[in-house]
Design a protein around this ligand. Structure first.
Ligand code: GLN
Length: 535
């Protein structure tokens, strides 16, 4: 087993996760079994309780773990299967250490950061190494070098690398080389300082991935090499991508990062075959067709709140050789201006997941607009609940219909809390979470798209379609096309007389990859394209 540790310097948001994931892509394409892991230095036990302003999207795994969004990159860029073992926070480490202490496992010793916290971190590396049976494990350390919270993680990986030996572990440091306008040049000082900080801790990176807006010339590479004590060819340029994040693996391949890793770790494997990846990129950069999709949410100003949704929409585009322009629509703008005005010109409407009341009426108006104008609609989790409320109000003529999440007193609670949730008071890991089977009905659009009758998809919700209303909905052409195997929970719905109106209680976006676009997104973009082309 070989270990690669990815750290970050100078500033956050450098795309360490993308770099780690892209390295994973290259190594996987060289025939290696790769596993990726993320360490997050914050004290929350997981990001499940943080709001999107703090943390962006919460990425849900098959086993129901609520994790950092970088794990989404790991799953999209590689074929590795992730579980709760793949994301470790300081909160989890301390929780374990403190529980051990209360159980008397430290035999009366003083419990300290070194060795007890650092050992616990190393245990997690060993545990995942055993479970995954991978050839290479890539561990990304969240945060920036110099953060107080990050220190125990850096100390732990330093010790770990020492233990496994020079050809079994290596350090890749992702750093920033800013362009200073007034001077008209790229500056290397922040990189020098962040590497110095790492070396102070005892970590000497073997590869420096330099994030920059402009190309790193020879002179700058030489300077960084000299001052940071890294070989010249291991000073790697990672420029901002022009079109797509899926360019990053090819960029790293051009810089021969995978060769450097294989040399350092004594991995004798063939060069990667990236032709399929190049073809994906071709479809993103120079697609045959184009469509515009409106995504109606309440965190549209944030880059990361609907990360997996935006990615999956793009994959749906790849499947149709179609470039997708995403119009991010603020649900509250629809409330102010009306759906017609705001959504004019989009070929499909997508309402993603969400919590809380803000923007709900705007989303309901968007669903109505899509239904009445035969505009393709894809609803994800809250997006299915919204479509249901809209249908109740405007087709079943129950104007006060609502979800009890937003109006506990509604006379028509068409969306209501799951039974199992009514007794839950604790936050964090308590929703209906993770992969669950769903049975699709014969003859439905959902079954046609999936090409299967039993599917597994990931969930994260507390509310659900209220079964008391099933018959009245079905009579009016609201088709319940997917249910749990016991028939109790509605999982997928669609409209019988609409070219494409489909919504799921689960989150299909978490299962989509550029090389395996998700069927619902593929179908959605195909329908939007057909509309654009007037078919
Ligand atoms: N707020 C809704 C629920 O809890 C939807 C959740 C979601 O979209 N993830 O059921």
């Amino acid at each position: 087993m070989k270990y690669i540790f990815v750290t970050g310097g100078v500033v956050s948001s450098l795309g360490k996760g993308l770099t780690a994931a892209s390295l994973g892509t290259l190594l996987e394409n060289r025939g290696l079994k790769v596993v990726l892991q993320k360490f997050d230095p914050y004290l929350n036990v997981d990001p499940g309780t943080m709001n999107p302003y703090q943390h962006g999207e919460v990425y849900v795994l098959d086993d129901g773990a609520e994790t950092d969004l970088d794990l989404g990159h790991y799953e999209r860029f590689t074929n590795c299967k992730l579980t709760r073992l793949n994301n470790l926070t300081s909160g989890q480490v301390y929780q374990t250490v403190l529980n051990n202490e209360r159980e008397g496992r430290y035999l009366g010793k003083t419990v300290q950061v070194i060795p007890h916290v650092t050992d616990e971190i190393q245990n997690r590396i060993h545990l995942l190494a055993e479970e995954s049976k991978a050839d290479v494990m890539i561990t990304e350390i969240g945060g920036t070098t110099g953060d107080i919270e990050g220190l125990p993680f850096l100390e732990a990986i330093r010790e770990f690398a020492l233990e496994v030996g020079v050809h079994n572990a290596m350090f890749v440091h992702v750093t920033y080389v800013p362009f200073i306008k007034a001077a008209g040049e790229l500056k290397t000082k922040p990189t020098q300082q962040s590497v110095a900080k790492l070396r102070e801790i005892g970590i000497a990176p073997q590869i420096l991935v330099c994030r920059c807006e402009r190309p790193l010339d020879k002179e700058l590479r030489q300077k960084i090499s000299l001052f940071c004590n890294v070989p010249y060819n291991a000073v790697v340029e990672e420029k901002d991508v022009d079109h797509s994040i899926y360019e990053v693996p090819l960029m790293l391949q051009r810089e021969r990062v995978d060769d450097l890793v294989c040399e350092q770790l004594r991995l004798d494997v063939p060069a990667p075959n990236m032709t399929h990846w190049q073809e994906i990129l071709r479809k993103i950069i120079a697609p045959q067709h184009r469509v515009r999709i409106g995504v109606v949410g309440k965190y549209i100003e944030l880059q990361d709140a609907y990360k997996s949704v935006y990615e999956a929409v793009g994959h749906g585009g790849v499947a149709n050789d179609c470039g997708v322009q995403i119009q991010k629509v603020d649900a509250e703008e629809i409330e102010r201006e009306g759906a017609e005005k705001v959504l004019k010109g989009v070929a499909g409407v997508l309402v993603p997941g969400g919590f809380g009341e803000r923007g709900i009426e705007g989303k309901i108006q968007a669903a109505r607009y899509a239904r009445e104008n035969h505009l393709p609609y894809l609803g994800l989790c809250l997006g299915m609940q919204i479509a249901t409320i809209e249908f109740a109000r405007n087709v079943l003529s129950l104007p006060k219909a609502h979800s009890t999440e937003f109006d506990p007193q509604t006379p028509h609670p068409v969306i209501a809390m799951l039974d199992e949730q009514t007794r839950v008071t604790r936050k964090g890991g308590t929703m209906r979470l993770g992969s669950q089977p769903c049975q699709l009905a014969v003859g439905t659009r959902a079954a046609r798209l999936y090409g299967a009758f039993v599917i597994n998809e990931r969930h994260r919700h507390r509310y659900e379609f209220n079964n008391a209303y099933r018959q009245s909905f079905e009579k009016e052409g609201y088709v319940i096309s997917g249910v749990t195997p016991d028939g109790k929970l509605v999982e997928v719905i669609e409209l019988a007389t609409h070219p494409f109106f489909i919504a799921s209680q689960f989150h299909p976006e978490f299962h989509s990859k550029p090389h395996q676009p998700h069927p619902l997104f593929r179908g959605f973009i195909a329908a939007a394209l057909a509309r654009t082309n007037g078919k």
